[in-house]
Design a protein around this ligand. Sequence first.
Ligand SMILES: Nc1ncnc2c1ncn2[C@@H]1O[C@H](COP(=O)(O)OP(=O)(O)O)[C@@H](O)[C@H]1O
Ligand SMILES: [Mg+2]
Length: 231
Amino acid sequence: MKLLTCCSFKGGAGKTTALMGLCAAYASSGRRVALFEADNNRPLTRWKDNALRSNAWDPRCEIFVADEMSLLEAAYEGAERQGFDYALADTQGGSSELNNTIIASSNFLLIPIMLTPLDIDEALSTYRYVIELLMGENLVIPTAVLRQRVPVGRLTTSLRAISDMLASLPLVQCPMYERDAFAAMKERGMLHLTLDNLRTEPMMRLVERNLSIAMEELVTLSKLLDLALEG
Ligand SMILES: Nc1ncnc2c1ncn2[C@@H]1O[C@H](COP(=O)(O)OP(=O)(O)O)[C@@H](O)[C@H]1O
Ligand SMILES: [Mg+2]
């Protein structure tokens, strides 16, 4: 089982959304995904409730509440024993013993960043924090920045300047774009299943096209992460 963790100090950086998307991408290719809910606001549990209501929860996936150390340990052991292919951990912002443990146990660390000056500052300090933690523990864990909510179309000059500033960090090559399809996942459920449900509705051709593009981007992202996980 590969543990992939989204971390950032800042709330609203797009951690949970990135995990929801990756979960759908992996599930759509038949993989079993454990979701470690380490944020005690329980956004993933709410996601699952909404998804079940919309008939868009993939039974290959399961949530393990892991917002305490003992629960995290039980989640990890349980998911491994049950043969999940991936565990995706959603952390709360900030630094804590729990977050440090998740980070140190991960096979891949993803730091979502929004391209605004304020977010970049926070993201850089998250990045520094992670690297210092790994160095202190003598761990080598691939870590990459995921540009989140990137506007579709041309970037403004200031966004481009910010984007250039990130070039010195390890970046996931494909970003997540700002899309309604991504924002709506928390209410609708897993994107690949939302798409399947829509395909039976003839009036929804245009919506379906937008969701397909979003889904394709997620599959590309998941494949890039697979490559990085293989080393
Ligand atoms: N790529 C995206 N496109 C559109 N909206 C997004 C995207 N990523 C995140 N959002 C929205 O931004 C808000 C914060 O995202 P969230 O994933 O909850 O951040 P975090 O988990 O880091 O606090 C949510 O309302 C979410 O729907
Ligand atoms: Mg979150």
